[in-house]
Design a protein around this ligand. Structure first.
Ligand code: FMN
Ligand code: SF4
Length: 429
């Protein structure tokens, strides 16, 4: 079911303007918190809400916040707006159309966690989004919502907008910190975890922009209100990006627990007439694919985990019978090889080999045993052998494609044009 919390009004009004955002109740949650609530009260509301991180793993926001050490060192909050997952574009929409909700959420989170500074880290390619966000920050500052003694209280806060240089790896939480420190965006070893020693060695929380955008409505309406929306363990809404073979691709904010079938068939308009669903990659290129038999799965963290896939960033790539599994796998392999930072051998070398094998299969030069070679490569890269999860992401979708469409891969071992699309062309004629 469509449920608009983060996207309410964004199609009708120019919510990038401070006066419009305020006329629709914007910054009232901040005023309420600063005037009537302590930082712990705000943190308690977020805990009651059950809000889970929208950046991928679904870690409870309150859990992450609670692991900050109380040792007097400055703490930092980083909003992750890197959003480089193929097929994910929900963060971009929120950044471009509702920047003040993100800023208000950031200020509330910074108040709750007693942060010294907020950094909004945006993907390098989000030039327009960064301009919109910078303008929104300046408008909020001029109105007294950012800076010294906000709304005449003792609370002061600065917000810095930073644009990366365009690398998928800079969405990884430790690579973001390296990038913000002016270094090459390479992941760090963990532990120490960011809450213990993060940006500039200080305790740091990294949350996705959508996670933080939820904090203003939670404080405005109460944590219990939010907790009552959707399944008990995955409350709230999720903005899902749907693309590929659907009639109405776009972003849809749904209540958690909505069946995947409803999202695809009703909201995204279903597949083009005469075509059949083949599979869906629910979290862009980093997730195991979902088969048509699982189309009634509930869209929440636990239900997708139960069918060995994941909700992740909810960038849904929809494929029909015209999409060859080898072709999709090749596109994924090309992406991961290009985005591997090169620090760990299994990821650096493995993604290169995977791309090479799939390149020849895709281009009619497949060799006998290539399917088995791909399976061996996946075993060599996956299983937490690398410093960050990119290595595992690069094999998750591929292993599920190999398991579900083994015949298609084997058919590409013998060279010549793609046997899947060739067979379709014959049947169409
Ligand atoms: C390779 C890689 C890329 C990632 N990209 C993003 C991203 O673009 N945005 C994001 O929020 N999280 C991304 N993550 C997850 C972050 O490391 C982190 O878990 C997340 O920002 C935490 O926010 P949340 O708790 O609000 O979900 C990525 C992780 C990996 C391993
Ligand atoms: S897994 Fe890949 S992207 Fe991650 S640190 Fe290692 S080489 Fe870099």
């Amino acid at each position: 079911m469509i449920r608009r919390i983060l996207t309410e009004g964004i199609d009708e009004f120019d919510m990038t303007r401070l006066d419009v955002y305020r006329s629709r109740g914007g910054y009232q949650a901040l005023a309420k918190a600063l005037r009537t609530m302590s930082p712990d009260d705000v943190a308690d509301e977020v805990k009651t809400s059950g809000l889970r991180g929208r950046g991928g793993a679904g870690v409870a926001a309150s859990f992450k916040w609670s692991t900050l050490p109380a040792d007097g060192r400055p703490r930092y909050l980083i909003l992750n707006g890197d959003e480089s997952e193929p097929g994910s574009f929900s963060g971009r929409m929120l950044i471009q159309k509702n920047p003040h909700m993100i800023i208000e959420g950031a200020l509330l989170s910074a108040y709750a966690c007693r942060m010294a500074r907020v950094f909004i880290y945006l993907r390098g390619e989000f030039y327009e989004g960064a301009e919109i966000m910078r303008r929104a920050v300046e408008e909020a500052r001029a109105a007294g919502f950012i800076g010294e003694r906000i709304l005449g209280t003792d609370f002061s806060q600065e917000v810095v907008v930073h644009r990366g240089a365009g690398a998928y790896i800079c969405g990884e939480e430790t690579a973001i910190m390296e990038s913000l420190e002016g270094k090459r965006g390479h992941p760090r070893t963990k532990p120490p975890f960011p809450t213990a020693a993060g940006l500039y060695g200080m305790p740091t929380v990294i949350n996705n922009v959508e996670t933080i955008a939820n904090v203003a409505p939670i404080v405005a309406n109460g944590g219990a209100w939010f907790a009552a929306i959707g399944p008990e363990k995955s409350p709230g809404t999720k903005v899902c990006s749907v693309s590929g073979r659907v009639r109405r691709p776009g972003n849809y904010e749904i209540e958690m627990g909505t069946p995947l079938r409803e999202l695809i068939e009703e909201h995204a308009g279903g597949l083009e007439p005469g075509h059949e669903l083949k599979f869906i990659l629910p979290a862009g290129a980093s997730s195991a694919l979902i088969q048509p038999k699982n189309l009634d799965v509930s869209l929440d963290y636990d239900s997708l985990g139960a069918i060995r896939s994941m909700l992740g960033s909810a960038g849904m790539l929809v494929c029909d019978e015209r999409d060859c599994a080898v072709h999709v796998a090749y596109l994924g392999a090309r992406f991961y090889h290009h985005e591997s930072c090169g620090k760990c051998t299994p990821c650096r070398e493995g993604t290169g080999w995977t791309e090479r094998v799939l390149h020849r299969m895709e281009h009619g030069l497949g060799r006998s045993g290539d399917t088995r070679r791909l399976e061996e490569l996946c075993r060599g890269i996956g299983g937490r052998k690398c410093l960050c999860l990119l290595g595992d992401f690069s094999v998750t979708y591929l292993q599920s494609a190999l398991a579900n469409f083994h015949d298609e891969f084997e058919a590409h071992e013998h060279g010549g044009p793609c046997p899947v699309t060739a067979a379709l062309e014959v049947s169409v004629r």
